[in-house]
Structure formats: C-alpha cells, structure tokens
Design a protein around this ligand. Structure first.
Ligand SMILES: Nc1ncnc2c1ncn2[C@@H]1O[C@H](COP(=O)(O)OP(=O)(O)O)[C@@H](O)[C@H]1O
Ligand SMILES: [Mg+2]
Length: 460
C-alpha cells in the first residue's frame, strides 16, 4: 500500500469521525434528539458516505485484480474470497508470478533445444537482424569458414568475404522472400555451398496484411562432395562413350574398306586381325564395366571362406606366368611369416592379385622381377605387397590411378590391352572385404601396391 493510498484512508477516517461528530452534535444540540438516535443517524450517514468513498478507493484495486486474473487464465474462477479485493489481488499476483516463472523455464528450455539443434547441425547457420547485422552463428559455420567467435553485430561481408552472400541477405530482408544461391569458396580445399536464405517474419506491418521482416536465416549446405560425385558420373559416361567409340570407329573403318573391295586383296587377313583385336578390346571393356557394376551394386555379396594366403598367391602367380615369361619377367612369392588364413571371397581375391600382377608385368621392364610378399600387421589383418621394378608412377598420378579409366600413359595402356578399369575393380573388391589399397612408387625404379585383408580368426 503506498503513501497516497494510506493518506487517503487516513483522510477518509478523519472525515468520517468529524462527520459523525457533527451529525451527532447537530442532532443532540438543535433537534434535541436522544443520544441513541443521534448516534444511530450519525453512524448511518457516515457509514453510507464511507461505503461510497471506499468503493471509489477500492475500484483501482479491483481493476488490477481483474487484470492480473486475465494474465493467469487458469485460475480465473478460483477467487477464494470473492469479495475480498486485497486477498484476491495478492492471490492473482502470486499466480502471475508462478506462471511467469513457468514461462521463463519453458522459454529457457526451448532456447536449450534450439541451441542443441543448431549445435548438432552439420549445416552452417547464420542469423542476421533487420539491418543485416549478424545476431548469431552456429559452431558448424564457425568451423567451415574458420570464423572468430566474436562476430556479433558485424556484417556478413566482414567475416565471410563473399559479395553475393551479403547482397542476397539484403535482398531477402528487403523483399521478405526466400532466396538460394551456390557459393564457391576458393582456397586450398575448394568448397561449394548451397546457401538457402529465409526471412524471419515478425509482427504485422501497420495497415497491411504483410508481416514485418525482422531478420534472415542463412543455411549453408556443403555440396562439394555432391558436386564431385556429379562430375565423376558425368566424366564416367563421357569416358565410357569415348572408350567404346574408339574401337568401334576402327572396326567400322576396316569393315568398310573390306566391303569396298579389300576383301579380295592380300591385306584382308591383316585387317581381320585388327578387327578381331578391337573386338576383344570392346569385350574386355564391357566385361570390366559389368564386373565393376556388379561389385558396386547393392546386391553384391562376398562368398566368404577361409583361404590359405600362400595358395591364393601361388594360384595368381600361375595364372600370370605365361604373360610374365613372354615379357621375360621373373615372378615369385617371398616366404610368408607362417601359414596365414584369410577371410575372403576366393574368386574376387584372385581377381585382385591377378590384376595387380598383370599391371606389374605390363608396366615392368624386360628382365625385371616382380615379388609378392605379405606380413601380418596385427592379429586381425594381413598386408600384401606386389612389388615391381618397372617404370613407376609419377607422384601426382599416384592418388588417381584407382579412378575408373585413369591411366598415366593412355597410349601405352591401350597398346597393352588395358581398359583403365583394373585398379578400380581391385579397390572395390578390397574395400568390400573391409581392407584398404594404396600404391607407393619411385618413378624409374618401380612401384609397390599394398592391400590389407582380414585374417580369419579362430572362432569363425
Ligand atoms: N605396376 C604399375 N607400374 C606403373 N604404372 C602402373 C602400375 N599399375 C598401374 N599403373 C598405372 O595405373 C593405370 C591404371 O591401372 P589399371 O586400372 O589397371 O588400368 P590398365 O592396366 O587397364 O591401364 C595404368 O594405366 C598405369 O598407368
Ligand atoms: Mg590393369
């Protein structure tokens, strides 16, 4: 109760006493009424006036109480003492306090959820206010652009140097509609982002159905990998078409020459040989492509069994012996550390080894040597190495030779009947076994291809 209210009550009290005394005095003195009647009339008049003034005094309290109950809708009907304004007021205020407390807890919980969501997102998030100044960023964005932690109140352009980002955010804030664009970020590891920007709509604009734009949210999706895959796919289709077209054009050329009369000439058998060679090449490309697509398909299942590593290597060496002899290359297996059983698919692993050996022979030099060795790296894994002393692979090509159709020397590979798919097949098979494959090389001195495979454990 404030001072003014208390003085009002005091004034009313004094006024009533004076009023009572005056009425009573008047009646006793002038009308000669009895003391009891004079007192009674005095009380009546003062009571009536007191009632009227109190009503006026209490009115604001009633109004506050009503207002307080409006903010606490659940307890509206629960006025404990319907006529006691002060009790009601204190109850309403207590209720209001409770609900306020509840709301604060709810809001801070919601804030926590939001922050957890933003933290958990791999997409970068940037929030700006209606002036285009940064309000907040999430950890992902901070990591993606290596931003300092204190970016609040800066303009996006000051922290992410991209004019299109800045102008698009401005456009979204001004026009209140969603916009998206692709953003290239140059640098050591070049990245591409798809940035989606949406306006944050606040309250309604006076005299309009539109809502005020109170800022914007930009979400950064890293689509670098997606773009890379798209490019790989496009390149693959282009490569396949190119690889198929070359032998087809040659075959067609020779067939036409034969049809135009060369059939009866001496060169005819030679032409047919060429046609035959190119048909073999086409078949080999298609076979390799089919093998690749089988391994890459969802349905692909390995037929796992325990295989003796020594036996597997020896079988592969037998298989390529003819080619090695023709190139005067000696091939051998180094002694293994002991009998090793690996867990794998025999046919596919033979394919891995014969592909690696085939390359070692093809890209080796006459009179050279190729060795297959293996060591147990730990209880669960064996590392096989196919080493040659051939031409080697330049450093810049090393990480690309496992790509489809990638060859260091296109001409030489084709001349030797290569399709450029062998190492790609090797990589897929080894990865399907849970292993890794990589190459090391010293150009001019030779290359070594390593692959890891799982060892069959006793319990299998
Ligand atoms: N042992 C090796 N020595 C040198 N270069 C190699 C060796 N193995 C593979 N390469 C290079 O990697 C490329 C890709 O190999 P691969 O996928 O087997 O295709 P292909 O043998 O059909 O050309 C080859 O064209 C060759 O340039
Ligand atoms: Mg090959």
């Amino acid at each position: 109760m404030n001072l003014r209210f208390r003085s009002k009550l005091l004034a009313l009290f004094l006024f009533l006493i004076i009023l009572f005394a005056s009425v009573q005095g008047y009646l006793l003195y002038f009308s000669k009424t009895s003391w009891i009647l004079a007192s009674f009339i005095g009380v009546l008049i003062s009571g009536f006036i007191a009632f009227f003034f109190l009503r006026v005094l209490i009115r604001p309290i009633r109004r506050i109480t009503e207002l307080a109950f409006q903010f606490t809708p659940e307890s509206k009907t629960e006025k404990v003492f319907p006529d006691d304004e002060l009790v009601n007021l204190s109850k309403a205020i207590r209720e209001m306090g409770n609900q306020l407390q509840k709301k604060i807890v709810e809001i801070s919980q919601e804030k926590e959820y939001l922050q957890a969501v933003l933290r958990g997102m791999i997409e970068g998030v940037l929030v700006v206010d209606e002036k285009g100044r940064i309000r907040m960023i999430n950890e992902a964005l901070q990591d993606l652009f290596a931003l300092p932690s204190d970016v609040a109140d800066k303009f996006p352009l000051e922290v992410i140097r991209n004019a299109q980002l800045e102008s698009t955010i401005r456009e979204v804030v001004q026009e209140g509609r969603n916009l998206a664009f692709e953003m290239d970020v140059p640098g050591v590891d070049k990245k591409i982002f798809e940035v989606n920007i949406v306006p944050i709509l606040g309250g309604p604009v006076a005299g309009s159905v539109d809502r005020k734009v109170s800022g914007a949210i930009a979400v950064f999706h890293d689509i670098t990998r997606l773009k890379e895959l798209e490019k790989i796919r496009q390149d693959f289709v282009a490569n396949v078409s190119h690889e198929l077209r070359t032998p087809l054009t040659t075959i067609k050329g020779y067939v036409e020459t034969l049809l135009e009369g060369a059939l009866k000439e001496e060169v005819a058998p030679q032409f047919l040989q060429i046609i035959n060679r190119h048909t073999d090449r086409l078949t080999k490309i298609v076979e390799d492509l089919l093998a690749l697509s089988r391994i890459e398909s969802r349905e692909f299942r390995l037929q796992l069994e325990g295989i003796s590593l020594a036996e597997l290597i020896d079988d592969a060496l037998d298989f390529v012996k003819g080619a090695a002899d023709r190139n005067k290359i000696s091939i051998s297996r180094a002694d293994l550390p002991g009998p090793i059983l690996i867990q794998g698919d025999r046919n596919h692993l033979e394919q891995v080894l014969t592909n690696l050996l085939d390359n070692a022979i093809k890209y080796g030099h006459e009179g050279g040597r190729v060795t297959v060795s293996a060591i147990e790296t730990d209880q669960k894994e064996v590392r096989i190495a196919v080493q040659d002393d051939g031409m080697g692979i330049p450093k810049e090509d090393l990480h690309r030779i496992f790509e489809r159709f990638y060859r260091v020397d296109k001409g030489r590979s084709k001349e030797l009947g290569g399709t450029g798919l062998g190492l790609s097949i090797v990589k897929h098979i080894v990865q399907a076994h849970g292993g890794r494959v990589w190459a090391t090389s010293e150009p001019g001195k030779g290359s070594t291809f390593h692959c890891t495979l799982p060892i069959k454990s006793e319990t299998h």
